[in-house]
Design a protein around this ligand. Structure first.
Ligand code: CA
Length: 343
């Protein structure tokens, strides 16, 4: 029997009705150089305009940067909690950055896992209604609890599980999110162990809101690890694709060298589009060009006597210095049109 190694595959899809993708997924490694941990992440942003995708990308970037910097790995649960706290601070700072805002204008869900490659021991932290499931002994179990109004009403016996799935149930109302308040409490699970054959599934509500647990289990049982994210996304799109869909599936795969039949993780390239520094750089270049045209016109009109033409370009050019820290590691947001809202 071939030996196996712990690995993960992930994909994110805009779905069939949204015009851009506010979800992000990431696969990375962090921790002691001698024994790094797998890092798996799904985030689902919210806010008008581009705020949702900025929120989820900001949370991803800060969480990965915090893990990359972490020195003390004696308790991975504490490392996870710190990454969640830092992600919250980063998104909250952005959401309140325009000055007098007392409430953050953006937020995101976050489900973040660490796993030991050799043992399969793992830890999961979550905020919001993106989920982690375990698939073991052909049983699908929801590991996380949704921080949503509907889930709380089900837990309190106000709604039945069936009523919670009705179209009129307010499933979009989430009760805890990254970045909406100055502090947030994550639920942290673990350590638990992924035994050979077991899988860990992270997903946004674009999957679990449209594809029920029975169908998710059937798809996991029918597909190899590398194909499971794509098959689950296809099922959500077949059910309407009314939201962005993100799926990460981790488990044990054959340890043989990669071959043409082993699909690589599809999400190792960062989306350039959501990097704010690049947007600012283009804006600054455009304004500089406009300032140069204005200056040339002023020179022509004034006969070349003006001496302060460059004054206006300076503050604008400095905006390109507002770069967010580029993040080592992996992540992706699917490119798409900007604008629109919803979660
Ligand atoms: Ca969503």
């Amino acid at each position: 029997m071939p030996s196996t190694r712990l690995t993960a595959f992930a994909s994110t899809d805009v779905g069939r009705t949204r015009d851009h993708n506010e979800d992000v997924v990431a696969i990375s490694m962090a921790g002691p150089a001698a024994a790094p941990y797998h890092v798996w992440l799904v985030a689902d942003g919210m806010g008008g305009g581009v705020k949702g995708e900025v929120a989820s990308a900001t949370a991803r970037d800060r969480a990965l940067a915090t893990l990359a910097r972490a020195k003390d790995w004696r308790d991975p649960a504490l490392v996870l909690a710190d990454a969640v706290r830092e992600a919250n601070s980063a998104v909250y700072s952005r959401g309140t950055a325009n000055g007098e805002l007392s409430r953050s204008a953006m937020g995101t869900t976050l489900v973040l896992a660490l796993a030991e490659p050799a043992s399969g021991r793992y830890w999961v932290a979550n905020v919001g209604d993106s989920r982690a499931y375990t698939w073991a002994d052909r049983q699908l179990r929801q590991l996380t609890r949704d921080h949503s109004l509907v889930a709380e009403q089900v837990a309190a016996g106000i709604l039945s599980a069936e009523e919670a799935r009705l179209p009129e149930a307010p499933r979009n109302v989430i009760t805890r999110a990254i970045g909406t308040d100055s502090a947030v409490q994550a639920d942290v699970f673990g350590p638990a162990t992924l035994a050979p054959g077991d899988q860990l599934v992270l997903c946004s509500d674009g999957l679990h809101g449209l594809v029920d647990d029975v169908e998710i289990a059937a798809i996991l049982s029918e597909h190899p690890l590398a194909e499971a994210p794509g098959a689950l996304i296809a099922a959500a799109n077949a059910a309407g694709g009314s939201d962005n869909i993100s799926v990460l599936v981790a488990g044990w795969a054959a340890a043989a060298p990669a071959t043409a039949t082993e699909l690589p993780p599809v999400i190792h390239v960062d989306s350039e589009r959501v990097r704010p520094w690049r947007r600012y750089a283009f804006v600054a270049l455009g304004l500089l060009a406009a300032a140069a045209v204005v200056a040339a016109l002023a020179l022509m009109l004034s006969g070349g006597s003006s001496g302060d033409d460059d004054a206006n370009s300076t503050p604008t050019a400095q905006r390109s210095g507002e770069a967010t820290t580029p993040v080592a590691g992996a992540g992706s947001a699917r490119p798409g049109a900007s604008g629109g809202q919803g979660r």
